[in-house]
Design a protein around this ligand. Structure first.
Ligand code: COA
Length: 327
């Protein structure tokens, strides 16, 4: 007999400052109309200079633990999915562990861009199922706006900051994570990447002057791969769990772009009213987008006990994944 693992508490946090489309109109040649019709985004939250990733991760994690009725010392693993760590070393997961006082946990990071939260769920689910651990935190936390080039209109309109956290623990049979799958294909590296600052190019005056530490994106190409990959892996996960698309109560996709969300839903055959979107308010917060959205759905009663919820994500790498959960 194996132990089902499920989400038993969630939380989220984001910077109080916002960057609206009207603000962006003053920085780059763009318009509210272009951004809204091409992406669905109206504003995004933006960290101040003295705010950084782990701070939002800690706030989200504390809320998730409180809602789960657990103490920080109850968790044995803290997985932080992030593309924008506080620093190269130590991991943001370890920093969050210290800040929480989670003295019985190992802290680590997952680097899988926008799919990172689903990578974390997938890994932790198997550790709980096999009895290696009982409780873990999976966090998606990002301060993407510090990696955005505010002279590049094709990326600076997309990304926002925030964090979401889930406490995972044992749940009764038939509940929790029913099926989950993750994939990657590194051949798509240059569709979304930040080449500078690593061991390949290093950090030099030249890499900084050339803006190589900023995100670079071929949005148009990424769009097509994202839609195909998310739809295919979602269908596979639903089938693996023995369900049909019609059984799904709600889809909570990575909030990449409203048009990507609409296209995935249409490919899967899920009606619009069963797909959650908060992209207008948050923009694309990479690994934080699913846990923020999921927590909003739980807090507003959009997800109720017993609901079958499909998560799906796609991100730089390319990485993608899907997870089916019975709440
Ligand atoms: N404001 C105004 N015009 C803009 C613009 C902006 N912010 N950004 C790009 N444009 C222009 C381009 O320069 C181009 O002009 P041209 O035709 O004169 O060359 C035109 O708009 C169309 O550009 P294109 O890149 O083909 O637009 P698009 O319809 O593909 O939309 C994205 C661009 C980025 C919104 C879209 O491709 C996208 O969302 N892709 C996925 C991005 C994503 O989700 N990334 C995260 C991965 S999880």
């Amino acid at each position: 007999m194996t132990q089902n693992a499920g989400i038993i508490g969630m939380g989220h946090a984001y910077p109080s400052a916002t960057l609206t489309n009207a603000d962006l109109e003053k920085i780059v040649e763009t318009s509210d109309e272009w951004i809204t019709t091409r992406t669905g985004i109206k504003q995004r939250h933006k960290a101040a200079d003295n705010e950084y990733t782990s701070q939002f991760g800690v706030l989200a994690a504390r809320q998730a633990l409180e809602r789960a009725g657990l103490e920080p010392t109850d968790v044995e693993l803290i997985v932080c999915a992030t593309t924008t760590p506080d620093q190269i070393m130590p991991s943001t997961g370890a920093i969050i562990q210290a800040q929480l006082g989670a003295s019985n946990a190992a802290g680590m990071d997952i680097f899988a861009a926008c799919s990172g939260f689903l990578y974390g769920l997938t890994m932790v689910e198997s550790m709980i199922r096999t009895g290696q651990i009982r409780h873990a935190l999976v966090i998606g936390a990002e301060v993407l706006t510090k990696y955005v080039d505010y002279t590049d209109r094709s990326t600076c309109v997309i990304f926002g900051d925030g964090a979401g956290a889930a406490v995972l623990g044992p749940v009764p049979a038939e509940k929790g994570i029913l099926a989950t799958k993750i994939r990657s294909d590194g051949r798509y590296e240059e569709q979304l990447y930040a080449p500078g600052g690593g061991t390949k190019l290093g950090t030099s005056h030249k890499t900084i002057d050339d803006g190589l530490h900023f995100f670079k994106m071929k949005g148009n190409e990424l769009f097509k791969v994202a839609v195909r990959s998310m739809a295919e892996i979602s269908a596979e996960v639903i089938e693996n769990a023995g369900y049909a698309v019609a059984d799904i109560d709600l889809v909570v996709p990575h909030q990449a772009n409203q048009r990507i969300t609409d296209a995935v839903a249409s490919r899967l055959g899920v009606p619009e009213e069963k797909v959650y979107s908060n992209i207008a308010e948050h923009g694309n917060t990479s690994s934080a987008s699913i846990p923020i959205a999921l927590d909003e759905c739980i807090q507003t009663g959009k997800i109720k006990e017993g609901d079958l919820v499909l998560l799906t994500a796609f991100g730089g790498g390319a990485t993608w994944g899907s997870t089916l959960i019975r709440f």
